[in-house]
Design a protein around this ligand. Structure first.
Ligand SMILES: Cc1ncc(COP(=O)(O)O)c(C=O)c1O
Length: 440
């Protein structure tokens, strides 16, 4: 009688979540007592700088900040965004028409696509990529076309091929440099070329600059909006999650082309009332305040990157240090390629006690790779590298499901399965909570 009643077509377009399999495996290992170094999800572990937290607390005490806020962001925040762009990139923005605050970059990207793409319209996104870059199009009913990205590829050349081969003509390109997961970066002339090309082919550009500040070895990430004429066809997203370690606060923004900003502002006015106002006020302090905290955060990721690269090289795994982002994108060693990225990630959990993200989770183009997120401290990363060295010295075989570690029962001496307590804060609950979150 209820046949078809719960068939949600939009949900059917979202494939099963690849990361869930590995998360599940990690949880079983933890339940069995393993101490897993979790380099899977890109969830920053560093606290938000104290001056930003203090501002949140101060603002939260004021009754006037408890009302609905402005869905496009309060005026002072939009002014802070424009000043930040001017100082950082020499790009001038009109705070009223060319900026909109979002509940994190992810929400902004998803709703921008929903506001601008209608069923059947084609969106280009790299493969592999951060899932919302491609799934925003799918959720909006658009048609997704992938452009390969990764070590040894020329993204611009691949884009030209994709545009030539795509009909109906693509309407939008979603990109992000420094790129998650591959770590690919670009120079300012790439954006100059890209804007010219997309103008010629009438393609809107959405650029996610989430890792603007997480750059290494002298590399500085350019803004797309610095390219001449970029604002005519493009917007850029920024996130406070990484630069200021504010991932849980859900605050970011989108800026650039006024028509695209207006579309997002309009759809958001139907959907939300803006971030909690104290969060917006604290975000102003983050953008306008002292920036040495950003440098400290960047250095922490740099030290972790170097520790991980060093440890993996010592383990015989040839990897390249990325110039930007908070990840290491590593090709699975030849002897283990046949396992595929999901089985290989499971093998690392059971043999090395290390969790990574399987490349397949970022799109079929990510198969053959895994992604390490730099979200544990240097000691834990060293521990991970030691475990990986041991794991890689064993023959390549699929991982077996972790078995509970037997524990001695105090009275009888009978072995029992170790069961993690269901209290909050137990590794099991924490892992379950992490698994429930979407990929970052
Ligand atoms: C490329 C990229 N964009 C956006 C985000 C999420 O940003 P936010 O927390 O502002 O939604 C991430 C998180 O990992 C990311 O890697």
């Amino acid at each position: 009688m209820t046949d078809g009643l719960f068939e949600f077509q939009r949900m059917n377009r979202l494939p099963p979540y690849v990361f869930a399999t590995v998360n599940e495996f990690k949880m079983s290992a933890r339940r069995a007592g393993a101490d897993i170094v979790d380099l899977g999800m890109g969830n920053p572990d560093l606290g938000t700088p104290p001056h930003i937290v203090d501002k949140l607390v101060e603002a939260a005490r004021k009754d006037t900040n408890h009302r609905y806020s402005a869905s496009k962001g309060i005026t002072k925040l939009r002014h802070a965004i424009a000043s930040w762009y001017s100082r950082r990139f020499g790009v001038e923005l009109d705070p009223d028409t060319e900026t909109v605050a979002t509940l994190g970059a992810k929400e902004g990207l998803a709703h921008l696509t929903l506001a601008t793409i209608t069923p059947g319209e084609v969106v280009l996104a790299p493969d592999p990529t951060y899932p919302i870059h491609s799934y925003a199009a799918i959720i909006s009913g658009g048609d997704l076309r992938s452009v390969p990205i990764g070590p040894g590829r020329d993204f611009f050349a691949d884009l030209q091929v994709a545009v030539r081969q795509t009909w109906p003509r693509p309407r939008m390109l979603v990109i992000s440099f420094p790129h998650n997961p591959t770590g690919a970066v670009v120079t300012p002339d790439f954006f100059v070329k890209l804007v010219e090309f997309c103008k010629e082919h009438k393609i809107l550009i959405v650029h996610d600059l989430a890792y603007a500040d997480i750059c290494f070895d002298g590399y500085q990430a350019p803004s797309l909006l610095q390219a001449p004429g970029a604002k005519d066809i493009s917007v850029e997203a920024f996130s406070l999650s990484k630069s200021y370690s504010m991932a849980g606060w859900r605050v970011g923004f989108i800026c650039g082309n006024s028509k695209m900003v207006a579309a997002l502002t309009r759809i958001k006015s139907y959907l939300d009332y803006g971030a909690f106002q104290p969060i917006q006020i604290a975000a102003i302090i983050a953008l306008n305040g002292p920036q040495d905290c950003v440098e400290e955060i960047r250095r922490t990721y740099l030290e972790r990157r170097d520790t991980l690269v060093d440890g993996l090289l010592k383990a015989g795994w040839q990897v390249e240090p990325p110039l930007g982002g908070m990840f290491l994108w590593a090709r699975i060693p030849d002897e283990f390629q046949a396992l595929g990225s999901v089985e290989f990630a499971k093998m690392l959990i059971s043999r090395a006690q290390v969790a990574v993200s399987p490349g397949l989770g970022f799109g079929s183009g990510g198969e053959g790779f895994v992604r390490f997120a730099l979200v544990e401290n240097v000691q834990r990363i060293k521990q991970a590298a030691r475990g990986i060295k041991k794991a890689l010295s064993l023959p390549a075989k699929p991982a077996l499901k972790p078995r509970p570690r037997p524990v001695q029962a105090a009275a009888s001496g009978e072995p029992k399965a170790a069961v993690a307590p269901a209290a909050s804060g137990s590794p099991e609950t924490a892992a379950a909570a992490r698994a429930a979150k979407s990929a970052r």
